[in-house]
Structures are given as structure tokens and as C-alpha cells.
Design a protein around this ligand. Structure first.
Ligand SMILES: Cc1cc2nc3c(=O)[nH]c(=O)nc-3n(C[C@H](O)[C@H](O)[C@H](O)COP(=O)(O)O)c2cc1C
Length: 253
């Protein structure tokens, strides 16, 4: 919907009011805050927009996700251009007490574009990548008819998330892990089961996130995923999940 919220300063007020800050023990918990420029901010002013929100919220986040990939905020994806992205990241990195930074990318980039982003992330010593955001492609659902509107899914605007995104998002994690094994990857996109979570980890993700899966499966999804991962670790006699990252080990029932 284009980040239709009341902005970083109100977010901060609510955040403090809810006492979440106290619960954020930097040693024990990990809170990431996701930053994107506002819909009304031009690309020329995007840097200032990110910087002003970050300045407010840096004391409260363990890591910052630099979102340059939401499809519904006009122009945002232009910031994936390597020249613009490098400029943006350089400036953010110079902020005092800058937390670890993760760049969140779109699934619609070509592998060539992704390689360029990986290169600059390496050059600028950025901590990692979150792959992926929602897709503007319809990923095999182009001809799906939406009953309520009578239109095809391919005619709808907005980003596609969930199950149809799983393979695409997984391929991107695999690709990035293959070119840079040292980059920390956060995998997201269509993870709605322990199998999907295991697949993403063994493809190269050190961490995973769920959004649509949570909506369909509910909070039970998290313990289910954790139990599923533990079973796999036991099956393969792996003592640390780090060993599973990028291992390519298949799911065993
Ligand atoms: C309703 C909705 C709102 C979203 N808003 C954001 C957002 O503000 N920032 C962002 O980086 N990603 C946003 N996303 C993308 C998700 O964080 C996630 O990257 C994507 O949906 C793929 O994961 P999933 O298949 O588990 O949903 C949104 C997704 C949905 C469905």
C-alpha cells in the first residue's frame, strides 16, 4: 500500500509507550527495523528520508533492513541501481552507532543485477542481504481468475507473496550463497512449513522470516518450524545449525 503509516517519529512514540525497548536486550533478543523512503519522497531526496528515520531509531534496533524493494512505493526499487544504492549505503554507514545493515532485495532482479548488488555489498562492508520482497511477476498464476472481480491475476497491481514465491526466493538465496559464502543471508518468501524453512537454510540462509505463512498457518507455524529443524539436525547428527546453512541437505521425514 506504499508505507501508509504515520512515520518514524510516531512509531518511536508508540514503541516507547509499549515498553518494547526494555524488552530488547541486545545480548538476548534481536529486533530488526525495516526502513523505506516514503511514497511522497522523490528519489533525489530518498537518502535524507532514510537517514532521518534511522537517526531516530538506531538506538532501538539490533539491525536495520534497508528496504529498496517494496513494489508499491513509487520509485523505491530504483534504489536497487548499484550507483544509487552504493551512495545510499555509504551515507547510512557513516551514521554514528550504525547497527548491522541488511539490504532487502526484490525477487524480480536478474542474477546479473544481483551479482552487482553483492559486489557493492562486499565493497561497502554491509552485513548481509534479505531475499526477497514480494514480486511484481505472477509466477505461474498469470491466468488465475479472481472470482470477486472477474479479472486475471496478471491484471492486478501489487506484490505477490506466499507459496508462489517460494521457488523464486529460494533460487535467489542459492545463487547469492554460491557466489559469496561469507555473506549473511536472511531468507524470506513462501516459507510456510518446516520443509520450506529447511530448504531455505540448506540453500544458504542463516536466518529466515515469515509473513504470508504466518497469516495462513497462524502462530503455531513458528514452533512447528523449530521442531522440524531440530528433527533434521538430529537426523543428520548436526550439532550446530550453522553446519546446515548452504549444505544442500534434503528434508527427511
Ligand atoms: C501485506 C504485506 C505488507 C508488506 N509490507 C512490507 C514492508 O513494509 N516492508 C518490506 O520490506 N516488506 C514488506 N512485505 C514483504 C514481506 O516482508 C516479505 O518479504 C514477502 O511478503 C515475502 O514473504 P512471505 O511469502 O512470507 O510473505 C509485505 C508483505 C505483505 C504481504
Amino acid at each position: 500500500m506504499g508505507f501508509n503509516n504515520n512515520g518514524a517519529d510516531l512509531f518511536l512514540k508508540n514503541f516507547i509507550k509499549q515498553n518494547i525497548k526494555k524488552k530488547v536486550d541486545r545480548e538476548k533478543n534481536c529486533l530488526g527495523i525495516n526502513f523505506g523512503k516514503s511514497k511522497i519522497t522523490s528519489i533525489a531526496n530518498a537518502k535524507d528520508d532514510y537517514i532521518s528515520s534511522l537517526k531516530l531509531l538506531i538506538p532501538y534496533c539490533n539491525y536495520a533492513a534497508i528496504n529498496v524493494s517494496s513494489p508499491n512505493t513509487e520509485g523505491l526499487r530504483k534504489l536497487q541501481d548499484p550507483i544509487l544504492l552504493r551512495e545510499l549505503l555509504k551515507e547510512i554507514k557513516n551514521l554514528p552507532d550504525c547497527p548491522p545493515l541488511f539490504v532487502k532485495i526484490a525477487p524480480d532482479l536478474s542474477f546479473k543485477d544481483i551479482d552487482k548488488i553483492c559486489q557493492l555489498i562486499n565493497d561497502e562492508e554491509i552485513n548481509g542481504i534479505i531475499a526477497t520482497n514480494t514480486s511484481l511477476n505472477r509466477l505461474g498464476l498469470e491466468n488465475t481468475l479472481i472470482e470477486k472481480t472477474g479479472t486475471l491475476l496478471s491484471e492486478e497491481s501489487g506484490g505477490l507473496s506466499g507459496k508462489p514465491l517460494r521457488n523464486k526466493a529460494n533460487k535467489i538465496i542459492k545463487h547469492i550463497h554460491n557466489i559469496d559464502k561469507n555473506l549473511t543471508l536472511i531468507g524470506v518468501g513462501g516459507i510456510d512449513s518446516p520443509e520450506a524453512a529447511w530448504e531455505r537454510i540448506t540453500s544458504g540462509a542463516s536466518l529466515i522470516q515469515v509473513y504470508t505463512g504466518w497469516i495462513y498457518k497462524g502462530p503455531r507455524l513458528v514452533p512447528d518450524i523449530l521442531q522440524g529443524i531440530l528433527k533434521q539436525l538430529n537426523y543428520y547428527q548436526i550439532s550446530n545449525i550453522k553446519e546446515a546453512v548452504g549444505s544442500g541437505l534434503s528434508w527427511k521425514n
